[in-house]
Design a protein around this ligand. Sequence first.
Ligand code: BG6
Length: 519
Amino acid sequence: MPETLPPPENPLRAGMASDLAVDPCVLVIFGASGDLTGRKLVPGIYNLARNRLLPSAFGLVGFARRALGGDGFAAKMRDAVATHSRHKPIDARVWDDLASGIDYVQGSFDDPEAYQRLAERLARFDAERGTAGGRTFYLAVPPGDMRTIVRQLKAAGLCDPPSSDPSRPYARVVVEKPFGTDLESARELNRALLGELDERQIFRIDHYLGKETVQNLLVLRFGNTIFEPLWNRDHVSHVEITVAEHIGIEGRGKFYEATGLMRDIVQNHALQLFCLVAMEPPVAWDADGVRDEKVKALRALRPIRGRDTVAAQAVRGQYAAGTVRGDAVPAYRDEPDVARDSSVETFTALSMHVDNWRWAGVPFYLRAGKRLGKRVTEIALHFRPLPHPLFRGAAGATAQPNTLYCRIQPDEGIALRFATKIPGQAIALREVAMDFSYGEAFGHETPEAYERLLLDAMRGEATLFTRHDEVEAQWAYVDPIMREWSNGTVPLALYESGSWGPAEAHALVGRDGVAWSRP
Ligand code: BG6
C-alpha cells in the first residue's frame, strides 16, 4: 500500500506563479449594477487580489446607467463581496487596497460623452496608478448592447488592436453569455465585433470552462496514458452528460421566457462538456490547438432536423409543481413574469450522434434541467458489456459493464465502477468503485470559475474562451431543434419538480435499451 501523498501545496497560495502574471491594467465592467457583477465578478477580483494574483498597478471601473459615484459603487461592491466571496469574512487590508483603485462612470451605453469620461478616468489611472494603457472591458450586458459598446469604445480610441510589438498593451473585450439568441444573431454579433476588433481581443465567456473539473477532463484524457486507448467506439457503448439543477429560474421569469433552457444551458455549458469528451487530442495546449479540435467535434454532430427527427431525438420539458429537497415549489407557469400558458422549456434531453471515426455508432445522451431531484453535473462513459459472460448462473454473479463517472459538481471527483468478487465460497460479483475526490486530495480551496477566467482574460490567454466559429457551430446544432419547437409541432412534456424529468426523457434512452444512471 503506497503512503498517502501529502496534499500538494495550492499554487494559488504560493504567491504569483510567473505564468499567471497579469500586466498592469484596468478592468472596466459594463453592466456594473447588474447581478453578475456583485455575485461573481467583483468577488472573483477580490479573491484574485487576496491570492496576490493581481498586478500592483490595477484599477476597477464600473460603468452603468444607474446614478452612483465611485465611493457608492465601492461600498456596494464591498457588501457584495462580503456576501458572495468564497472567503469570509472580508480581509479589510486586501479590500481597502483594492477599493483605492475602484471608480465608477455613469452613462448610457450609446452616449459618446460617457466614453470620454471613461477615457479621462482611464488616463488618470495610467498616470496615478501606473496601469500603463492595459485595459480589459467586460461586457456583462444583454447581446443587444454589445455592438453599441464596442463601437463607442472604438470611436473613443479605447480599443486599439494588438500592435506588431508584442510588449505593447492592447485592449481586450470579454463578452458574457448569451452570445446572440440564435445562429443568425450570433453570426451578426461576430461580424459586428470582428468589424471593430481582432479575434485575439475577444474573449467569449462560458463559465463552465473555468471550472477545475471541466478543465480536468482534458487532463484525465490527455495527461494519462490508460484512458485514451479506451475512449472510442471500440470500448464505449454510450456516453451520458447530465447538467441537473434543483433550483428553478430564481426570479428570472422575463429572461427565461425569452431564453429557455436550450439557450441558457445546452447551447453553451452542456455542449462544451460534449466537446471536451468527444474531441481529438489537440496538437498543443494553446487557444487554437484546443479550439480547433472542439470545433471539429461540434461539426461531427449529426444535425437533429425536421419534425420527425426532432420528435424522436429531442425532449422538451417544463416543470410542474412538486417538492424539491423537502419544500413545495410552484410550477414554472406560476413563477412571476411567466405566461400562464408558456411553452418555454426548463428541461431538455437529446439523443446525439457523432459522425466520425472515433464515435460512429456511440450515442451521446445529454440531459439538462431545472428543478430536478438534485444538483449534479456529471459525465458517464459506459463501456461495452462483456463479450462472453463467464460468471453466470449464481445469484448476484452478473458482471455489469464498467462505467467511468466524471463528477463535475458538486462532490467533484472521478469514479470507475467495476466488478469484484464478493468474498466467500461462491463466485458472486458486485460492482465497486475506485473513487477519487477533489476535496479529499486537494482540500476545498478550489478557485471559482470566474476567478480563473478573469485572470486569463486579463493576461490574454484565450484557451478557455469560445472562438467565433465554435459559438456558431454550437448554435448551428441547437437552432433547428428550437425552430421545430417554436413551430409548436412537438409537444411539451411536463414533469414534476423534484423528479428526474419527464417520462419522455426515460423513453428516449429506453428505446435504445439503456437507462439514465440517475433515475
Ligand atoms: C448560468 C445559467 O449560465 O449557469 C443559469 O444562466 C444556471 O441558469 C447557471 O443556473 C449554472 O451554473 P453553475 O456554475 O451553478 O452550474
